[in-house]
Design a protein around this ligand. Structure first.
Ligand code: BJ8
Length: 383
């Protein structure tokens, strides 16, 4: 039987919509579900409790109007939409979640969790403001232990070190499969479009067993390579190679990827939380599991940390590895941490062989599509 590659990409795209049936079945079989909002969420602990983690970060503007009845208008759209879906009970994954996990990342998110807790129980982990030093390590480790205890208590389970270790191995396998796939973006020309890459990165989060995640990723990787080796090219060699960094991107913000790909560019690398940032490094399987998890999650180069030198270091490396022609930094409106970091990131990016950089501020509406296209077209033209 021949493999339908375009359909395989579409299947990942549709995973979020369709997988609520799989989620419903899991619930009916007695599984507990924990909804998460951030890459700092130690999903290994959720798995070690025998529960299922599901990402809830909302990417559509549908419930924002309702959310603005409780939240200020000039707040990041990701926060408003996440709260809006909870408030309007229109996200099946929020509905099926027994517990919501939040972290004290940015101010808007941590204050929103206080309101969300009135809708469904929210466990908030106290994330240190810096990833450096012994104090931060000890605080984050104790928060991971406190989260484990919360799950033991709420779900009436006991979580051993062995449970955590095997969850680490499972999650590492998922990371490895995802990494093997997105690294195909290093090829010149890449074997997929940026939209296809994004649909796989996004859709993989809506497959709920390790086997489903790894086998579907291995299958699509293998078939993408076969297709490429047979001489099929989806992207021409003269397209400018773009890296997207900044706030999490998917759903409504896919307009940015479309603007790049309609104007002579192709996205070969997503550095943000939908892409490389969350999966690049595995958890060290040789260490004490709680030490290893603490180390892994504190190393995530997010702008909520100060300083956040690791983001610049990662960008420098990725620009070289992916042969990047230009970097686009996507900042969601009212996101202060990523907004302030644009100044530093521009310097870092320009410092790698004078790589051009542009920052684009946007929200979840479609009202700025024309303006984004104009700016992106001008940027790509000068590459
Ligand atoms: S690890 S990027 S998922 S915090 S919500 S900071 S856009 S104002 S999402 Fe994030 Fe975790 Fe970091 Fe990743 Fe800005 Fe909006 Fe805050 Fe945001």
């Amino acid at each position: 039987m021949s493999f339908d590659l375009p359909k395989a990409f579409k299947d990942f795209d549709e995973a979020r919509q369709n997988s609520f049936i799989a989620m419903k079945e899991l619930k009916e079989s007695g599984k507990k579900v924990v909804g998460t909002f951030c890459t700092y969420s130690p999903t290994e602990i959720i798995k070690a409790a025998g529960a299922v983690p599901v990402g809830l970060c909302a990417m559509s503007d549908e419930p924002i109007e309702e959310a603005e009845k409780h939240l200020p208008r000039n707040l990041c759209p990701l926060i408003k939409a996440s709260y809006g879906f909870a408030l309007t009970d229109t996200c099946p994954y929020f509905y099926f979640s027994d517990l919501i996990l939040g972290e004290t990342t940015c101010d808007g998110k941590k204050k929103m969790y206080e309101l969300m807790d009135d809708i469904k129980p929210v466990h908030v982990m106290q994330l240190p403001q810096t990833s450096e030093g012994e104090q931060s390590f000890n605080l984050w480790k104790s928060e991971i232990v406190r989260f484990k205890e919360r799950l033991e208590n709420d779900f009436n389970v006991s979580i051993s070190d062995e449970d955590v270790k095997s969850a680490i191995v499972e999650r590492n396998n998922e990371r490895k499969a995802l990494k093997a796939f997105y690294e195909l973006g290093k090829m010149v020309p890449p074997p997929f479009t940026g939209s296809e890459l994004l649909s796989v990165l996004y859709g993989a989060g809506f497959k709920f067993t390790s086997e489903a995640i790894t086998s579907s990723l291995e299958e699509i990787r293998e078939n993408t390579l076969k297709d490429y080796e047979a001489g099929n090219r989806k992207v021409s060699e003269d397209k400018k190679r773009i890296l997207i960094t900044g706030c999490p991107l998917a759903g409504a913000t896919q307009k940015l990827v479309a603007a790049i790909e309609e104007n002579g560019g192709t996205v070969v690398c997503f550095e943000n939380c939908i892409g490389i940032k969350s999966v690049e490094d595995p958890v060290d399987e040789s260490k004490d599991p709680f030490d290893a998890l603490t180390e892994k999650y504190l190393n995530i180069p997010c702008s909520v940390m100060t300083p956040n030198n690791k983001r610049g270091e990662m960008l420098e490396r990725l620009i070289k590895e992916y042969k990047i022609d230009g970097v686009v930094d996507m900042v969601l409106q009212a996101c202060h941490t990523y907004g302030v970091e644009t100044h530093t990131m521009k310097k870092v990016v320009n410092g790698v062989n004078e790589t051009p950089y542009i920052s684009i501020e946007t929200d979840y509406s479609q009202s700025d599509v024309g303006q984004i296209k104009t700016r992106v077209a001008a940027f790509i033209e000068m590459l």
